[in-house]
Design a binder for this molecule. Structure first.
Ligand SMILES: C[S@@+](CC[C@H](N)C(=O)[O-])C[C@H]1O[C@@H](n2cnc3c(N)ncnc32)[C@H](O)[C@@H]1O
Length: 235
C-alpha cells in the first residue's frame, strides 16, 4: 500500500506500522489508519475471519456472562458488517439469527438480514417474521452517527438502546438475555429501571476490546422474567 512503511520498530515484535502523512489525507484519517494498522484486534479479526474487531467485544462479554451457548433464536440490531452474527453462529451453528441495519450487510449463512431502520414502526414485526420464533437473545451494537457533541451523541445512542430494550421486553422468551451498547455513565435511569423490572440481573461491562478512549460501555440483562408473570402482578 502506498503511503505506509512497516518494520520501523517500537511496536509488538517490531511490527509497528507507521503511516506517512499523504498530502491529501487529513490528520484524523492518518491517525485512524495508524490505529487500525497497529490494533491487535484488527489483526486478529483478519486472521480469524471476522468481519469486524467488534466481534471480540461480544466474545469477551460472553466469556464474562455466558449467554451464547444456549441461544437458539437471536436478533442482532445494528448487524453490519456482521462480526457479532458470525460470533453467534460460530458459538452455536444451529442458532437462527435475524439482523437489521441501515447499511447493507454481506450474507452470512443462517442469518436473515434486513436492510432497514430499526426505528421504523415496521421493524419489530419484520424481525420476528424473519426469525420465525420469539428470540431468546437480543443483542444491540447500534450506535448513532456521532456529531462530535458528546451530550447529543450520548442521547442518540441511549435512544437506540431504549428502543432496543423495549423490543426485547416485548419479544424475549422467559429466561432470555438482552445486551446493548450504551455510553459512558451507563444506561440512564429510565433504561435501568425498565431493565431491572424485567430481568433478574442487570450489569454493565467494558470488554477489553472496547477502546479505552471510547465512552462506549455495554449493559447485559439476563434472566428475562417474562410478560405474563409481570402482567398478572400489575393487575
Ligand atoms: C458498531 S456497528 C455494528 C458492528 C457489528 N456489531 C459487528 O460486529 O460487525 C453499528 C451499526 O449500527 C447501525 N445502526 C445505527 N443506527 C441504526 C438504526 N436506527 N437502525 C439500524 N441500524 C442502525 C449502523 O449502521 C452500524 O452499522
Amino acid at each position: 500500500m502506498s503511503g505506509r512503511k512497516g518494520g520501523s520498530g517500537g511496536g509488538r515484535g517490531g511490527l509497528h506500522e507507521r503511516v506517512k502523512t499523504a498530502r491529501r489525507r487529513t490528520a484524523s484519517s492518518t491517525r485512524w489508519l495508524q490505529r487500525q494498522l497497529n490494533d491487535p484486534y484488527v489483526r486478529r479479526a483478519q486472521a480469524e475471519g471476522y468481519r469486524s474487531r467488534a466481534a471480540y467485544k461480544l466474545l469477551e462479554l460472553d466469556e464474562k456472562f455466558g449467554f451464547l451457548k444456549k441461544a437458539r433464536a437471536v436478533v442482532d440490531l445494528g448487524i453490519t458488517p456482521g462480526g457479532w452474527s458470525q460470533v453467534v453462529r460460530k458459538a452455536n451453528p444451529r442458532a437462527k439469527v435475524a439482523g437489521i441495519d441501515l447499511l447493507a450487510c454481506e450474507p452470512i449463512e443462517g442469518v436473515a438480514i434486513l436492510e432497514m431502520d430499526f426505528m421504523d414502526d415496521a421493524a419489530p414485526d419484520a424481525l420476528l417474521g424473519a426469525l420465525g420464533a420469539a428470540p431468546d437473545l437480543v443483542i444491540s451494537d447500534m450506535a448513532a452517527n456521532t456529531v462530535g457533541h458528546p451530550q447529543t451523541d450520548h442521547l442518540r445512542t441511549i435512544g437506540l438502546a431504549e428502543t432496543a430494550a423495549d423490543f426485547a421486553v416485548q419479544t424475549l422468551q422467559p429466561g432470555g438475555t438482552f445486551v446493548a451498547k450504551v455510553f459512558a455513565g451507563g444506561a440512564d435511569r429510565e433504561l435501568l429501571t425498565l431493565l431491572k423490572t424485567h430481568f433478574a440481573s442487570v450489569k454493565h461491562a467494558k470488554p477489553p476490546a472496547s477502546r479505552k478512549g471510547s465512552p462506549e460501555l455495554y449493559v447485559v440483562a439476563q434472566g428475562f422474567k417474562g410478560r405474563a408473570e409481570r402482567d398478572e402482578k400489575e393487575e
